[in-house]
Structure formats: structure tokens, C-alpha cells
Design a protein around this ligand. Structure first.
Ligand code: SF4
Ligand code: SF4
Length: 438
């Protein structure tokens, strides 16, 4: 297989400590903290209140908003609080706190093991009720993604198994251990979107995953498995589309504008579980790694606190400097280990004092940030304009096209916090646009 790729990007040390560590199931924690906002879009309203008894898989929150996904109980028990709690995104959000009753009492669920027999709109409805969102981190509601605007023709479904962030291996292990489940989910996603073909894209440093997925998809009409070059951010959907199909998603556009939908393999695995068993999205695989004693891939109920994951991975190995939700490139530093696993939590990464980033110095105009940028932006100028308060200029230089991959910061010899500045500039531009529209 010839690995495909794109221009730009970087080659960080991959440090996939858990690539060969089988997924381990964690039992439910004593309490699950289930945020009512775990997706891109509008938050859910609670459907339960303190004192209620709930079953595993019972819907806890929902909303009529068009871009949203309901949340469900990840363990059976008693609702002990509905109140703001820490969220891995870095702020408190309303959450339902369920105390486990020690049982496995489950709601009535209905499997749909053959999605090919179902109407596409029905599949989308099942996906919505199952609370599916993108499990790669963005958490965009899957039911909305698979039903793009009327008149859109989707010719290719790309299943993203690149997993290009250092340290993370949850998707890798899912592909090796549960390829059939991923394929069932892919069939449902393809049928919902009306996509006649699909490409499963996997970085070429995962030969076992390539082999497992090739085996599971053998004989499936229109489905191929393709190796992509091992390079960060190979898992960015715009770059996967460019690498695999040569199509350029326009500035401000989305993959459906070029006839493509991209979903993470973890999302397909969750769809597979939903169609095979009827159980909504109540658990996911999380890589717990870095400075912990026993790095692990753990399948855990949504709402399990990070502290329980660190404990299950043998505890901290030395003094921790920072705990990050996600990978080192795009993850979010945590201020408390009370933050729970949410649908978009792909990893919990512990960094030590050795990983400390030196203080920034002045830009030396070396241009490395420009060379590394997969979106062909000018990070040094974006940062300088942001720091000077010249937000209009950051917009003119296409700050909104930044995918926040962090390549520019990673290569910068002056250790300038480029991506952080650009992220702030984007927030300011978005706020201005909202104000202008209201
Ligand atoms: S400017 Fe944005 S897209 Fe370009 S390298 Fe930096 S973070 Fe990535
Ligand atoms: S990589 Fe850093 S030092 Fe080099 S031009 Fe970009 S901001 Fe300046």
C-alpha cells in the first residue's frame, strides 16, 4: 500500500506507550457525573431531578435544538444532584450526578443488527436517540452530520482511523480488537448518508489495525482500507480528504461541500454497539498514559472521574506537572481530577516536570511555523497582530481557517504560544461576528 499525505505537518515523537495494551473494562465508579452538554451545539435540559431512580441507558437530558444529542445514564442508581460540575473543556456545566446502586438494571433497548434494511431517516433517528457524537474530540452530533442539507450528494464516507496525536491509542486498539463492530457502524453511517463508497484511513505505523480492518471489510462493496503517511495532523478531516481524494474543502466550508463525510472510527464503533445491542452511547475507550505507572486503554462509563482513571492506571509516576484531556497537541489542561470522561474524551495524559515548556523568547523570524502549518497560514503574524489587538488583520490573514493543530507552536524555537494566541483571536472574531449578526 502506498501511504498518502498532504503538505505541511510535523513528526512529533509518537510515544504510543499503549499501542499493544488490550482494552480493559473498568467497573462503574461509585458516582458518575454526566454533563448535560457533551457535544457541539445546544446543551440539553435535564429530564430527571434529584431523588429519581434511573436505569442504565435511560435518557437524562435532551433538547429540541437542531444541533444537539441527548445524554443517557451510564450506570443505574439514584440521582443525587443536578447542578454545575467541572467539565473537561475547562468550565463548570450543569450535570446529572448518579450514585451507582450496584446493579446492572437496564432500560428496554431494541437492537437493529441489520441497518441495510432500514430507511436512512430511521437510521439517523436511531443515531440521534442513541446520543451519538463524534468520539474523536469534536463531538459534533452524528445524526446531524449524516444528514447534510437537502440536495447534497455524498459520494464518499471517510472513516478516520489515523489517530495522529502522540500517546493516544484508543482508536488503534478498537480497530485491532473490535473491527466487526466498527464495520457494522460504518454500514449504518454509509446508509444514513447515502454514501456508495467508504475509505477507512489508517496511519501506516499501525500495520495490525490495517490488517484487522482490511479483513473485516473484505468483500464489502465500495469499501477500501487505505494507509496514510504517519504525520501529524494526518487525522484532520480536511487533510484526510485532501490526501485521499485530492479535494480541497473551501475556506469556511465543511466536508459535505465536497461530497464527503468524515467520522472517527470510535464513532463507528459506538454506532456498531448501538445497532447491535440498542444501548445508547454510555461508555467509551480512553487511553490513560504519560507519567502514570501502568499506561492503559480503559473502557469506562461516561461520567467516570479522571481520578478513577489515573488510579486504574497505577497512579502517578512521580510528581505530575499537568493532566491533559486528549492528546498533547490539541488536548485541554485540567484544573481538577474531578472532571469526568465525556463522549469526546479520547485520552487522559499526565505530563511531568520533564515535559515543562520553557518560557517564550522573541521571534527570530525563522519561518518554521509557516512551513509546518498544514493550513498554509502565517502563524507568526497572526500572533503578532493578536497581541497588538489588531483583530481585523488576523481575520484578513484567515485566522478562522486555523484548525488549532499546534504544529506552529511545536516547531517554534522561541517557544512562542502561537496556537493559544490564534485561538483567542478566533474567539474574538467569532464574538464580533455574533454581535454584528444580532
Ligand atoms: S496556525 Fe493553526 S493550523 Fe496552522 S499550524 Fe498553527 S495551529 Fe495549526
Ligand atoms: S517559528 Fe517561532 S521564531 Fe520562527 S518565525 Fe515562527 S514564531 Fe518566529
Amino acid at each position: 500500500m502506498t501511504a498518502r499525505t498532504f503538505t505541511g505537518g510535523i513528526h512529533p515523537a509518537y510515544q504510543k506507550l499503549t499501542a499493544h495494551t488490550p482494552i480493559r473494562d473498568l467497573p462503574p465508579p461509585p458516582q458518575a457525573v454526566i454533563p448535560l452538554h457533551q457535544h457541539t451545539g445546544a446543551p440539553c435540559h435535564p429530564l430527571v431531578q434529584k431523588g429519581d431512580t434511573v436505569l442504565l441507558g435511560q435518557k437524562l437530558g435532551d433538547t429540541e435544538a437542531p444541533v444537539a444529542a441527548p445524554v443517557h445514564a451510564s450506570l443505574p442508581g439514584k440521582v443525587v444532584a443536578v447542578e454545575p460540575r467541572p467539565h473537561p473543556a475547562g468550565r463548570d456545566v450543569p450535570a446529572v450526578v448518579v450514585e451507582w446502586d450496584g446493579s446492572d438494571a437496564t432500560v428496554d433497548v431494541q437492537p437493529h443488527p441489520d441497518p441495510d434494511d432500514l430507511d436512512p431517516a430511521k437510521i439517523a433517528a436511531i443515531i440521534r436517540e442513541g446520543g451519538l457524537v463524534g468520539l474523536g474530540g469534536a463531538a459534533f452530533p452524528t445524526a446531524v452530520k449524516v444528514r447534510p442539507p437537502e440536495g447534497t450528494v455524498i459520494d464518499t464516507y471517510i472513516l478516520n482511523g489515523a489517530e495522529c496525536e502522540p500517546f493516544l491509542t484508543a482508536d488503534h486498539r478498537l480497530m485491532v480488537e473490535n473491527p466487526e463492530q466498527i464495520v457494522l457502524g460504518l454500514r449504518a453511517l454509509m446508509r444514513a448518508a447515502g454514501a456508495p463508497r467508504a475509505i477507512v484511513a489508517i496511519e501506516d505505523n499501525k500495520p495490525d489495525a490495517l490488517e484487522a480492518m482490511a479483513g473485516a471489510t473484505r468483500g464489502m462493496p465500495g469499501v477500501s482500507v487505505e494507509a496514510v503517511h504517519t504525520k501529524y495532523p494526518q487525522g484532520s478531516e480536511k487533510h484526510l480528504i485532501k490526501a485521499l481524494l485530492g479535494r480541497e474543502v473551501p475556506s469556511g466550508g465543511l466536508p459535505f461541500h465536497v461530497g464527503v463525510i468524515v467520522s472517527n472510527v470510535g464513532t463507528a464503533a459506538a454506532a456498531g454497539e448501538l445497532f447491535a445491542t440498542g444501548m445508547p452511547l454510555v461508555r467509551r475507550v480512553v487511553t490513560v498514559t504519560g507519567r502514570v505507572k501502568e499506561p492503559a486503554n480503559l473502557r469506562v462509563p461516561i461520567g467516570t472521574p479522571f481520578s478513577a482513571l489515573v488510579e486504574a492506571a497505577g497512579g502517578f509516576d512521580g510528581e505530575p506537572l499537568k493532566v491533559v484531556a486528549g492528546g498533547p497537541m490539541m488536548g485541554v489542561a485540567q484544573y481538577t481530577l474531578d472532571a469526568p470522561v465525556v463522549k469526546g474524551t479520547s485520552g487522559v495524559l499526565v505530563l511531568g516536570p520533564e515535559d515543562r515548556i520553557p518560557e517564550p523568547t522573541s521571534c527570530v523570524r525563522c519561518g518554521r511555523c509557516v512551513e509546518s502549518c498544514p493550513m498554509r497560514l502565517l502563524p507568526l503574524y497572526l500572533e503578532a497582530y493578536y497581541r497588538a489587538g489588531m483583530i481585523d488583520q488576523t481575520e484578513t490573514l484567515h485566522a478562522m481557517d486555523c484548525i488549532e493543530c499546534g504544529c506552529c507552536s511545536w516547531v517554534c524555537p522561541a517557544r512562542r504560544p502561537l496556537v493559544q494566541s490564534i485561538r483567542m483571536a478566533k474567539m474574538e472574531i467569532a464574538a464580533r461576528r455574533r454581535r454584528a449578526a444580532s
